[in-house]
Write a protein that binds this ligand. Sequence first.
Ligand code: TXA
Ligand code: MG
Length: 319
Amino acid sequence: MLCGNDIAKAKALLEAGDVVAVPTETVYGLAANALNPKAISKIFSVKGRPDFDPLIVHAATKEAAFAWAKDIPDEALALAEAFWPGPLTLVLPKIKAIPAEVTSGLETVGLRVPNHTILKRLLETLDFPLAAPSANPFGYISPTTAEHVADQLRDRIPYILDGGSCTIGLESTIVGFVSGSAVILRPGHIKKEDIGQVLGYIPERSESPGERPAAPGMLSSHYSPKTPMEWMEGKHLPKRKEGALYFSNRPQGMYGSYEILSEQGSLMEAARRLYGCLRNLDKLGLQKIWVEIIPEGIGNAEALKDRLNRAVGKAPFTP
Ligand code: TXA
Ligand code: MG
């Protein structure tokens, strides 16, 4: 069986240096022993991920996570205290034991304590941390169910630990430290205002375009369906063979190929459903997916807008 909830099987595969897809509260990850360079190289080959894109290392507890970092700023300790376990990744100076393959040669490592019961149980039984990027082919939409992972990686991985649908649905907020101050490398469920509450100042967003951005999840081409996507001016009816992604309601007369992110107009629900909706539309063989612009005044939609911008901003993705 490719999918199941057999923690002992996942553990045995990981101990043997294999990869296993695992659930988290954000998106499914493609995990391997973070201390084993050969296992790490499997992650890169299964995903078709360029070697300049470093992986996040996941641990069961704060203490276990911080064991892989040094010179940890007090602000990182405070953020971990406030948000771990949870959808926050802290980029910190690494210790030697973390192989260069994990961090793409960087002297820093991204650390996260995920908040998912099954993954937590798995991490507790292992005597190594798990490096895990999202479990999708590089550049494609991240998976938020075990079926999403199976759809794309079934021939390339031995096991998917099924933990149900991800409750958050967007990747973690990534925070790094530049000259002692926190900066946001990737927006996520934990908002800059939430971080501001803990630190006493709102961190800047680091924009680092180019060949080797600070967080390659920030590449303008990322999180994309294969179908070309375009922003919708107002709310129009797509033509035949076109589809639409609406935020909370569809125009009258619209039937057929569309998805609504949240009929309640809830940002949380929209985030949780975004990748599944994009996948559903992408399966229909449409010529184009029109995307409604997220309305103003519904709260802080930075992470949702960020992922939509990246999905729309890309030329069609060829796996
Ligand atoms: O929610 C998440 O973060 C999910 C789950 C599986 O934990 N993981 C995830 O991983 O989104 P991935 O590999 O798809 O995105 C991780 C991002 C990449 O853009 C990577 O560049 C950045 O984290 N990253 C990792 N280590 C870094 C480092 N040392 N410095 C800067 N960015 C780093
Ligand atoms: Mg990813």
